[in-house]
Design a protein around this ligand. Structure first.
Ligand SMILES: NC(=O)c1ccc[n+]([C@@H]2O[C@H](COP(=O)([O-])OP(=O)(O)OC[C@H]3O[C@@H](n4cnc5c(N)ncnc54)[C@H](OP(=O)(O)O)[C@@H]3O)[C@@H](O)[C@H]2O)c1
Length: 313
């Protein structure tokens, strides 16, 4: 069968440019694997890509298949791939700068794939790659979070935040999380202190923190500087922090750009899942054909954990 269903865009725009349609099933290259996708997701990244906000960073050509996360089984391996074989259950992140994973089949470089944690179904495995790599890079690679430190995590109930909170607790940190409509969910996570940002200015409660994970930007980022102790670090996923402002507070700053290859980190993450350290939260599952509805939900900015898409059986 050379055709498959995929969610593609033929131009940048609103959710109406998302087209659920037939596309050619991709042909595997030497260092790639073809995954039969059993679950995939929508990230805010996909909404930004669809709207054209990333056209200055990546060179896309149309039609373009959307999506970055995938869980499923290996359908085919490229000639140079020895780490996987047909039938393996895997999870992966692909599609950041090329055709993505919101399809029945997805091509991913083998170096961005790992064996799926056995204890997770495909929906929960697909919830992990993009957000977990983001949280991992922010907290461990950029901030160097260590045991006993305090971290302020904005949007702790969101995709990145709910995994970041769990990773930070695993590392032995004291975790302060912010939320509003999802404040109750924070108590289910290992968050030591939950701040309802709609009723309490977070900077009046969070003081002398070692690390801020900024997933919001704008005024939230601006108000976060004063929560840091001298020498602390503000790491943002959304807006490059100003070095000048960091200097004026005597703190550091960094911006997250999750870069491949990431299969090795996903393998490490799988062991944390198996030990019960990380539990992805899936708040809803929709058929792949309803991807546009999920973009609208994500753009509403108040979803909990992850929303998953599943191709028709
Ligand atoms: N640079 C990178 O490589 C990278 C990678 C991944 C993500 N990102 C970016 O990081 C951001 C977060 O991603 P995500 O997947 O975690 O998003 P998400 O899942 O869509 O975040 C939703 C959460 O945001 C919370 N929220 C909304 N407004 C808030 C505010 N003012 N203060 C605190 N929390 C607020 C909501 O909680 P309540 O309903 O309780 O308010 C909701 O639970 C996105 O902008 C995304 O594009 C960047």
């Amino acid at each position: 069968m050379s055709q498959m269903k995929a969610v593609r865009i033929h131009a940048y725009g609103g959710t109406d440019v998302l087209t659920y349609e037939d596309a050619a099933r991709p042909k595997v290259g030497p260092a790639e694997v073809l995954i039969r996708v059993l679950a995939t997701t929508v990230n805010p990244f996909d909404c930004a890509l669809r709207a054209g906000y990333l056209s200055g960073f990546f060179q896309y050509s149309f039609p373009l298949i959307m999506g970055t996360d995938a869980a499923g089984t290996i359908e085919e391996v490229g000639a140079g791939v020895t780490s996987f074989e047909r039938g393996d259950s895997v999870y992966a992140r692909g599609g950041v700068s090329r055709d993505g994973t919101n399809a029945e089949y997805a091509l991913v470089p083998a170096s961005d794939v790992a064996m799926k944690p056995k204890s997770l179904d495909d929906a929960h495995a697909a919830a992990l790659p993009h957000v977990t790599l983001t949280a991992w890079q922010a907290l461990f690679e950029l901030a160097g979070l260590t045991s006993g430190q305090t971290v302020l995590i904005h949007a702790a109930a969101g995709g990145v935040g709910h995994i970041a909170s769990q990773l930070a607790k695993w590392r032995g940190a004291n975790v302060i999380g912010t939320a509003s409509t999802n404040i109750d969910f924070l108590r289910e996570l290992p968050v030591d202190q939950a701040i309802n940002y709609s009723t309490t200015p977070f900077e009046t409660v969070a003081r002398q923190v070692d690390v801020v994970l900024d997933t919001i930007g704008g005024p939230t980022q601006e108000r976060s500087w004063k929560t840091l102790k001298p020498g602390g670090i503000l790491v943002s996923t959304v807006q490059a922090p100003s070095q000048e402002t960091a200097d004026s507070y005597g703190v550091r700053q960094a911006m997250v750009f999750t870069n491949p290859p990431i299969g090795k980190t996903l393998t490490e993450v799988a062991t944390l899942v198996e030990s019960g350290t990380i539990k992805p939260h899936v708040s809803a599952v929709f058929p792949l054909s309803e991807t546009a509805k999920v973009h609208t939900m994500i753009e509403g900015k108040h979803t909990r954990g992850k929303i998953v898409l599943q191709p028709a059986g």
